[in-house]
Design a protein around this ligand. Structure first.
Ligand SMILES: [Mg+2]
Length: 267
């Protein structure tokens, strides 16, 4: 189902969410592999994007390769990559205090961002290796007045069999202790679209965000002049869609239905 004005022919870049869109945990969703193969065959530019900053693009490439989707890390972006783009644009050469996993720290370092507990910029990422000592150090940096960023707002992260607390829940704890709130750069916020635009050269109006969540995947498109394509293969059900103030340009059951529609419009 699409609204009247939506045409696949207007889309130059597909930005694909991963969890709930291409796979659920370790199970590929219907049409995911065929959709990527189609984009490759037709030379349609695409990128995979996730808000999860606990793993690197290399980690996601390895996971997709295990699921038999062959993709190089340079076609994958996380909210940590958006954060790096933002730091390089706004605070070039400045060291950063990072609350994050070793994989996230490596993403920052390999992009040339110096990490230091004694910094005037603080970045909170999804730290699945969080300890009380790390939390105390990070709150100290904030109390000292550091500029405060966070990679994404998600409260929980879907995993096999349920949910685990995600960065948004940590941010509530940090705010309770320090009174500080971050600027968030991941979906649904503008820096995500700006970073993708800088990396690919496409304008927001040429992009379609394809995903399963209304308040991140669809909102990032709606709020920033891109196209919003919802797949019902993950979090959103019919009742949630009907009740939402965020309405996508197009809705499909899954990646297989999306591919069928793209094929139908393109001769
Ligand atoms: Mg998702």
């Amino acid at each position: 189902m699409t609204n009247g004005a939506f045409r696949f022919g207007d889309i130059r870049l597909y930005v694909l969410d991963m969890d709930g869109t291409l796979y659920l945990s370790d199970r590929l969703l219907p049409g995911a592999m065929d959709l990527i193969e189609y984009f490759r065959e037709q030379a349609v530019p695409f990128l995979m994007y996730t808000n999860n900053s606990s793993r690197s693009a290399e980690d996601y490439a390895a996971k997709l390769n295990r699921l038999k989707i062959e993709v190089q890390p340079d076609l994958i972006m996380t909210s940590a990559d958006v954060m790096v783009d933002c730091l390089k644009t706004r605070h070039p050469g400045e060291p950063v205090a990072l609350l994050g996993t070793p994989a996230c720290a490596e993403t920052f370092r390999s992009a040339g961002v110096e990490l230091s507990d004694d910094a005037r910029i603080a970045v909170a990422a999804f730290d699945t290796t969080l300890t009380y000592a790390k939390l105390v150090r990070f709150c100290d940096v904030l109390r000292a007045g550091a500029v405060f960023y966070a990679t994404h707002p998600d409260l929980n992260c879907p995993v096999d069999g349920g949910m685990i607390p995600d960065l948004g829940a940590f941010l509530a704890l940090i705010e309770a202790s320090t009174g500080r709130r971050p600027e968030i750069v991941g979906k649904p916020f503008r820096p995500t679209v700006a970073a993708i635009s800088r990396r690919t050269g496409f304008a927001p109006s040429q992009m379609a965000f394809v995903g399963d969540r209304l308040y991140t995947d669809m909102a990032v498109a709606r709020n920033n002049g891109a196209h919003a394509v919802l797949l019902m293969s993950g979090e959103t059900d019919d009742a949630m869609l009907a009740a939402s103030s965020i309405q996508p340009d197009a809705v499909f059951a899954d990646a297989a239905a999306l591919l069928e529609a793209i094929r139908g419009e393109r001769p």
